[in-house]
Design a protein around this ligand. Sequence first.
Ligand code: ZN
Length: 120
Amino acid sequence: MGKKKPDRIKHIPQRTCVGCRMVTSKRSLIRLVKTENGITIDPIGKMAGRGVYLHAFQDCWKKGLKGSIAKGLKTDLSAAELRIINDFMATLPENDGQIIQIDTETNTVDQSSAANKTDL
Ligand SMILES: [Zn+2]
């Protein structure tokens, strides 16, 4: 698992999810940033401040809340900041079931489309 090496594409920035530690393209992660005004979600990934990256899954955020988010941001999370994170987390799907389902072997022709091949 997680051994795919990008041989062809070299210009996609890679980041590590501080929840599950998976390295993936920056674009598939959510950036959480510590600004002068506190913690916020950075939807475009360009806000000034120290940031950490997480998958859009509650599981990764829960893992991150055990320490790696605070560590990555080099800050102690206040109660208000924890609430911001929890509120955002609540909008996410629970886990990475969608990631695990990456398989290439189940690309079999399903039977309904086989019915179209009447002239074979
Ligand atoms: Zn993750």
